[in-house]
Write a new protein. Structure first.
Length: 301
């Protein structure tokens, strides 16, 4: 049976990764939709060589970009959709596993959850809680990307199948780029903290993966209730020592420090800055977001 899968890739200046990404999903998908938000490098030129459908859409948020692509896939009547980032790679064994499940066509599952393994500075990180499970393949009429400001995931209506084979998140960009990206992410995470209960509503009809649900439960009921600033130390200690991040050597130390300590510490510092600015200027938090974080905040998130 012919695979009826369309892939959606979000891009902006991804000439370093996009060809590797496109090659990795060859012979799995029937069509690739690249949703670009204004690349000024060779991204579009490379995509043309692979006969993908290339669309420009003004960037508002990652969920809106992906759901824009999802609507295009639905209009083209693809039954399944695959979400992959430009710096990610699907292996031949993973593609085979996906194809076998979809081609059975028994309608048991509406979503496929896949383990995401991170390759950092050339090393696969196996410890420290780095590996996650994400919904990356789903029936186009049964799922969507939740429209929240940060930490968005695919939700699906119906049963989820958990696959054995992983995919790999392998960025070839520099640490300087990583720090700049996470500095921007930290602004969004501050907003997430402010509106956490509003953003993450329980939805009985549409589901996340088991790990995503557990992570959000722990974040809401443990992490966000821990003392601010101190909790960055606690999560680093938990991931690096209790979850054995130290077993990944030098790369494990760098990744754990940057992701679990530096990033979370930065979020808390910015939160305190926003709180102080709001109090000093007698403004509600939402009105202090732009002058402090430089973000146009839309309350719909």
């Amino acid at each position: 049976m012919e695979n009826k899968i369309a892939a959606i890739v979000l891009t902006k200046n991804e000439e370093l990764h996009i060809e590797r990404c496109l090659k990795s999903i060859e012979n799995l998908v029937s069509e690739i939709y690249v949703i670009d938000s204004g690349s000024n490098d060779k991204t579009q030129h490379i995509c043309k060589r692979y006969d993908v459908k290339f669309f420009f859409n003004k960037f508002i948020s990652h969920p809106e970009q992906f759901n824009y692509g999802l609507n295009l896939v639905r209009k083209a009547n693809f039954q399944w959709v695959l979400k992959i980032d430009a710096d990610e790679v699907f292996t031949p064994t993973l593609k085979k596993e996906i194809s076998q499940i979809i081609n059975k066509n028994d309608n048991k599952y509406n979503g496929l959850a896949i383990r995401r393994k991170v390759i950092f500075q050339g090393k696969i990180l196996n410890f420290g809680g780095v590996t996650t499970t994400q919904l990356r393949v789903f029936k186009s009429d049964k799922g969507f990307c939740e429209n929240i400001f940060m930490d968005e995931h695919i939700k699906v209506k119906g049963r989820i199948k958990y696959l054995k084979e992983p995919f790999f998140d392998y960025s070839l960009k520099s640490i300087n780029w990583w720090i700049e990206k996470h500095n921007l992410y930290s602004n969004k995470e501050v907003i997430n903290m402010l509106f956490y209960n509003k953003n993450y509503k329980n939805d009985k009809e549409y589901r996340l993966t088991n790990l995503n649900r557990l992570t959000r439960f722990l974040k809401k009921n443990v992490y966000l209730k821990a003392p601010i600033i101190i909790r960055a130390f606690l999560i680093f200690f938990f991931k690096y020592f209790f979850l054995l991040g130290f077993l990944d050597g030098r790369q494990g130390l760098i990744y754990s420090f940057l992701q679990s300590f530096w990033y979370r510490f930065l979020v808390d510092v910015k939160f305190l800055e926003l709180k102080d600015f709001s109090k000093k200027n007698k403004l509600p938090f939402k009105d202090a977001i732009k002058p402090v974080l430089g973000i146009e905040f839309d309350e719909k998130y």
